[in-house]
Design a protein around this ligand. Structure first.
Ligand SMILES: *[C@@H]1O[C@H](CO)[C@@H](O)[C@H](O)[C@H]1NC(C)=O
Ligand SMILES: *[C@@H]1O[C@H](CO)[C@@H](O)[C@H](O)[C@H]1NC(C)=O
Ligand SMILES: *[C@@H]1O[C@H](CO)[C@@H](O)[C@H](O)[C@H]1NC(C)=O
Ligand SMILES: *[C@@H]1O[C@H](CO)[C@@H](O)[C@H](O)[C@H]1NC(C)=O
Ligand SMILES: *[C@@H]1O[C@H](CO)[C@@H](O)[C@H](O)[C@H]1NC(C)=O
Length: 327
């Protein structure tokens, strides 16, 4: 009897060890889709008709297979940004470096081996201008036997900062290559595909996140904007930075963050201010004197019941990222 129990115990333990890393399968169908924004209809290359693309959600140490079907007109590849891919370089993705482009009407299955990465990364197309719209988050939760090194948040939200270009995505890079100039500046900036609602166009929307009073949220912020550092803030709130580029960091509090293109930052924010609506705001840092000083981008951040709107701005013209609000 004692022997049987012991044997069962060993079986159980080995099953637990075998189950510690999961394998996930995703199907990506990449094609051109039309999006109505800024009173324009623009054609973008996207995954599964979605801008931004689908989220990959795994635990630390898992393995992911992504079968990428090219239903577009041109070849491209997908890069798993920041995944170390130990002993697996041929699935890293840069076009013409580790593989040839995935040709139209063909598919290619990536094997993505996660090892010590924890927090947030992202994936993006790695050819010409395609990464401006072919991108999405990789959320890496602690392994089943691990916890966060900070109090477990009550909820979480992925925040993808993006640049928006009106028109046909391919034209932007073709024009730049033809003239030898840098690609033109974006027409707008987006949070999770929302451009804000102040362009006076009926199809434009604002990104809203609803939170409960006194709860703490983990924001997984990804700068997917093309070549631009971005400021990000939430009015009247401070954020605590807990991770960067899929590593935990020594925690620090700040009124705003400055995030580089390709970078990710995980921050905690507590909904501990008066119940109301607060803007999330992002705008590019730019050295260019050509950028108008009054370009302000607003997003609304809703905290339970509405009690009014406040306007906020990030003033990067003064180079120190000051921000303020008017009621
Ligand atoms: C993408 O779309 C295909 C076909 O509609 C679907 O089978 C697949 O699950 C979708 N992938 C994701 C990641 O949502
Ligand atoms: C539509 O896009 C074109 C090309 O970028 C731009 O010139 C025009 O101003 C846009 N229309 C609106 C309403 O923003
Ligand atoms: C292409 O997709 C099919 C079906 O979805 C799959 O069986 C095949 O292995 C894929 N080929 C490659 C090269 O990934
Ligand atoms: C969790 O399990 C993995 C795989 O068995 C192991 O490498 C890791 O050290 C464990 N982590 C903790 C905190 O026990
Ligand atoms: C936000 O902060 C500003 C400046 O400190 C203050 O005037 C305003 O009342 C605050 N708003 C809310 C809703 O707490």
């Amino acid at each position: 009897m004692g022997l049987v129990r012991w044997f069962v115990g060993v079986l159980f333990l080995s099953t637990l060890l075998l189950c510690s890393a999961d394998v996930h399968h995703y199907e990506f169908f990449v094609r051109e889709s039309k999006f109505k924004k800024m009173c324009n209809t623009s054609t973008l290359l996207v995954v599964n008709n979605s801008y931004p693309g689908p989220e990959i959600r795994v635990h630390r140490g898992d393995t992911v297979f992504v079968n990428v079907h090219n239903r577009g007109k041109y070849g491209f590849t997908i890069h798993w940004h920041g995944v170390k891919q130990p002993r697996n370089p041929w699935f890293d993705g840069p076009e013409f470096i580790t593989q040839c482009p995935i040709r139209p009407r063909t598919n290619f299955t990536y094997k993505i081996i996660l090892s010590e990465e924890i927090g947030t990364l992202w994936w993006h197309a790695h050819s010409d201008w395609t990464r401006s719209s072919v991108h999405g988050a990789i959320v890496i939760l602690p392994a089943e036997n691990e916890t966060y090194p900070f109090p477990t948040p009550d909820g979480e939200q992925t925040i993808i900062l993006e640049s928006w270009y009106n028109g046909y995505y391919k034209q932007i890079i073709d024009q730049a290559l033809a003239t030898g100039d840098p690609p033109r500046l974006p027409d707008a900036y987006a949070i999770n595909g929302h451009l804000r609602d102040t362009y006076g166009c009926p199809s434009d929307t604002i990104f809203r996140m609803e939170v409960d009073y006194e709860k703490t949220y983990l924001l997984r912020i990804i700068n997917a904007a093309m070549n631009e550092q971005q400021f990000f803030t939430i009015t009247n709130h401070t954020v605590t930075v807990v991770a960067q580029d899929a590593s935990y960091v020594r925690r620090f509090k700040s009124d705003y963050i400055l995030i580089s293109p390709g970078q990710t930052m995980d921050v905690l924010v507590s909904a501990n201010r008066n119940v109301g609506l607060y803007y999330m705001a992002t705008r590019p840092f730019s050295d260019s004197a050509a950028l108008a000083v009054d370009l302000h981008f607003y997003w609304r951040f809703s905290l339970q019941k509405q009690s009014g709107w406040i306007d906020c701005f990030l003033d990067t013209a003064s180079r120190n990222g000051r921000y303020g609000c008017y009621a």
